[in-house]
Write a protein that binds this ligand. Structure first.
Ligand SMILES: [Zn+2]
Ligand SMILES: [Zn+2]
Length: 374
């Protein structure tokens, strides 16, 4: 079928992207879903910093690639199945797409850690679906098994999670990356407990979701840190008790506000310098969690002794260390109960052909979560 899609044709080009147009919106030929795959009409797709990292070259991926990895949509066709119970999905199901497919049988999947699925990582690096195939007939690559900046996408059923059809797709999309990563970081990785102090460095969609989850978990005091005033204002509205501008003074300010350092500090920035600040803003005995993705060449420098002498924990968190099939429906229920107001994260709505302008907005630091709605 013919499908309109945004294809990344070159990475590392000059901004503004509105002029250089690294993403070309064009018609592509999409093959039907293969075994274990589904065809999804994309209803909404979020613009995430991980897309921007591919565009600006700090996360190299094979090109050309149909970008976009945070999305929700409706199943319109189910590929052949050899499961005796029949297909897992039916036409009309609403699904959130997770950006790591989980094979279900590798060591990491069996350990309950599908974010680290080994065949999933191989497929994502190669720009294929979990099957190893590409369904864009022109040879374009899939982005993290999703490729959501398109009218339709073929995905592995292992990349999809069925959700309540009452949930608007525009909000459902956020659960695939921002909410899964941010809320997962607070709930699973930082394990925020009632009464604890929490600091969040970086207030994009992921950071805001972490803030909301920390509040839902009963944090007594939340300090939100970002260089952008508008994001600090939103964080204050969403329940941050204190807001702090970024930069070298942030560590001292967080420590002063939390009586020597926060129990749990979550870094979402993707900067090794800010990660070091987050570590130093953590209380002795506390836990620093990072979900950021710095350039692979970057090194983190920390006082090695402090890990032992101060019993610190530094913890990486991919996909919020979540189990998408367990946690996306749980987080949706928290939203529906009013405990995780993720609708507050939507800062703009775009058409597919405005995708380059959207990434200029994101790169400027002004946008929290822009969503392409179709
Ligand atoms: Zn993302
Ligand atoms: Zn696996």
């Amino acid at each position: 079928m013919r499908v309109k899609a945004a294809v990344l044709v070159a990475s590392g080009v000059e901004r503004p992207y509105a002029d250089s147009r690294p993403l070309q919106v064009t018609e592509l030929e999409l093959e039907p879903p293969g075994r274990g795959e589904i065809l999804v009409r994309i209803g909404a797709a979020g613009l995430c910093h991980s897309d921007l990292s591919v565009i600006n070259g700090s996360r190299p991926r094979p090109l050309p690639m149909v970008l976009g990895h945070e999305a929700a949509g409706e199943v319109v066709e189910v590929g052949p199945t050899d499961d005796i119970d029949g297909a897992e999905f039916a036409v009309g199901d609403h699904v959130v797409l997770a950006f790591v497919p989980a094979c279900g049988s590798c060591r990491m999947c069996l350990a309950g850690r599908p974010a680290l699925c080994e065949p999933g990582a191989v497929a994502n690096r190669a720009g294929t679906l979990l099957s190893g195939e590409r369904r864009w007939r022109g040879g374009e690559h899939h982005h993290l098994g999703v490729s959501a900046f398109a009218e339709y996408a073929v995905v592995s059923s292992r990349s999809a999670v069925r959700v309540d059809p009452e949930l608007p797709l525009e909000l459902a999309a956020l659960f695939g990356c921002a909410v899964l990563t941010g809320a997962g970081a607070a709930f699973h990785s930082a394990e925020v407990k009632p009464g604890e102090t929490v600091a969040v460095f970086g207030l994009g969609g992921v950071g805001m979701a972490a803030l909301l989850a920390a509040r839902a978990a009963g944090a007594a005091k939340i300090v939100a840190v970002d260089i952008v005033q508008a994001k600090r204002d939103l964080a204050a509205r969403l329940g941050a008790n204190h807001v702090v501008g970024g930069g070298p003074d942030a560590v001292t300010e967080v420590r002063d506000l939390t009586d020597g350092g926060a129990d749990k500090v979550i870094d979402t920035t993707g900067s090794e310098h800010v990660l070091a600040q987050a570590y130093h803003a953590t209380r002795i005995g506390g836990t620093t969690v990072t979900v950021g993705l710095p350039h692979p060449d970057r090194q983190l420098v920390l006082p090695a002794l402090s890990l032992v002498a101060e019993e610190r924990t530094l913890r990486g968190s991919y996909l919020g260390s979540s189990v998408p099939r367990r946690d996306i429906p749980r987080f949706v229920q928290l939203y529906q109960a009013g405990l995780l107001p993720v609708h507050e994260l939507v800062s703009g709505r775009l058409r597919l052909d405005q995708v380059n302008e959207g990434f200029d907005q994101l790169a400027s630091g002004e946008a929290v979560r822009q969503v392409i709605v179709q």
